[in-house]
Each structure stands twice: as structure tokens, then as C-alpha cells.
Design a protein around this ligand. Sequence first.
Ligand SMILES: [Zn+2]
Length: 85
Amino acid sequence: MEAKSFEKANPKSQKSVNTCPFCKKNTQPDYKDYKNLLPFISDRARILGGARTGVCARHQRLLAREIKRARHLGLLPFVPKILKS
Ligand SMILES: [Zn+2]
């Protein structure tokens, strides 16, 4: 479960071998702490891709599921909030 093959493939890339915050902290995405999921949704309330957020494929799958769970429970939005002036 380690991505080492990309290390020297692109020397311009300043990304470290593993940028996944869930791997780093050794945690799993969880709908109950939905506030930690907020950085992974765009301002249009869409789930951001792993290429953009640095989440690995395994955690991206779990993350998408947990965001959908949180949406179902009303913790996270399906659509962006319209601010009333
Ligand atoms: Zn990960």
C-alpha cells in the first residue's frame, strides 16, 4: 500500500510520496466528524477528486462514501447554500 514508483518519475513534482492526510494520521474518514470532511468538498458542494486533494485511492473511496452518508443525514450539503442578503 505504498506508492514509491512515482517518486522519480516526475522530478518537477514537489509532492511527497504520500500526501494522503488519512494515511498520515492513520485515521479513516468518518461521517460523524463531518467537519473534517469539509476540505474535501468544493464550494459547489461537490466531492473533490483525489488528484486535487492528495487523498489516496483507498481513502478516496471511503471518503466519498462517508461524505454521501453525511449528506444523507443532513450534515453536509448536496447543493451549495444560497446566501440570503
Ligand atoms: Zn490514504
